[in-house]
Design a protein around this ligand. Structure first.
Ligand code: FES
Length: 196
C-alpha cells in the first residue's frame, strides 16, 4: 500500500488558539504520525482484509488517535480492498466515528449549585492538573477532553463528574486524580498490546 507522503494539517494559524482547535490540538497532531500506518499494516497482516474487518479496524484506529482523518480512511480502504467512498460511507453513517479530532476520554465536572457547594471547583482543578488540560480543552497527549458543565441531574451524588457516560459521585480531588491515572495506565497498556 502506498502511504500518504503529505500528511500536513490544515493551516489554522488564523483561527483563535482556544478550545478544541487551540494550542492543545498540537497533542492530537503529534498523535497522527508514522506509527498509525504501521499499525494498520500490522492489523491487516494479522487479521486479513475484507469488508468485515473494516469496522473493528476503524474502532482501533479511533481508539489510538481519537478520530479518523481522511487520509487514514483512504489508507484503510486501500488495505482492505474497498473504494474510499465505501469507507467514508461507514464513517459518516455511524455516530461513534468522527473525523474531527477528539480525545479518547471525555471528562465532565458538574459546576451546578449542589456540586459547586460540594467543592467541585477543587475537583475540576485536580482533573485539569492531572490530565494536563484546561477546562474546555484537550490534554497534550490527546487522551482527555475536560469540560465544566451545568447540573447533570445527579445532585444527590454531588459533587459529580462524568467519565464518558459513567457518573462518579462524591468526587474528590484524590478520586479524580486516580481516575485519570487509571485511564492513562490503561491507554499505555492498550498501546503496548496494539504494538504486538
Ligand atoms: S448540581 Fe451537579 S449534578 Fe446537579
Amino acid at each position: 500500500m502506498s502511504r500518504p507522503t503529505d500528511r500536513s494539517w490544515p493551516n489554522r494559524e488564523d483561527e483563535p488558539l482556544s478550545g478544541f482547535y487551540g494550542a492543545e490540538e498540537a497533542g492530537i497532531r503529534r498523535s497522527v504520525d508514522d506509527e498509525i500506518w504501521s499499525f494498520i499494516d500490522r492489523y491487516l497482516e494479522q487479521h486479513g482484509g475484507g469488508r468485515e474487518r473494516l469496522i473493528p479496524l476503524l474502532h482501533r484506529i479511533q481508539e489510538k488517535i481519537g478520530h479518523l482523518p481522511f487520509e487514514v480512511q483512504e489508507y484503510v480502504a486501500d488495505g482492505i480492498g474497498l473504494a474510499p467512498v465505501q469507507v467514508y460511507g461507514v464513517v459518516s453513517f455511524y455516530h461513534g466515528f468522527t473525523t474531527t479530532p477528539r480525545a479518547r476520554h471525555q471528562l465532565k465536572v458538574c459546576m451546578g449549585t449542589a456540586c459547586f457547594a460540594g467543592r467541585s471547583q477543587h475537583v475540576l482543578d485536580a482533573l485539569a492538573e492531572s490530565c494536563r488540560a484546561a477546562p474546555g480543552g484537550i490534554s497534550d497527549d490527546g487522551l482527555f477532553n475536560l469540560d465544566a458543565v451545568r447540573c447533570m441531574g445527579a445532585c444527590a451524588l454531588a459533587p459529580a463528574i462524568m467519565v464518558g457516560s459513567a457518573v462518579h459521585g462524591n468526587a474528590t480531588p484524590r478520586k479524580a486524580r486516580r481516575i485519570v491515572n487509571d485511564l492513562r495506565d490503561r491507554a499505555g497498556e492498550s498501546a503496548g498490546e496494539s504494538g504486538e
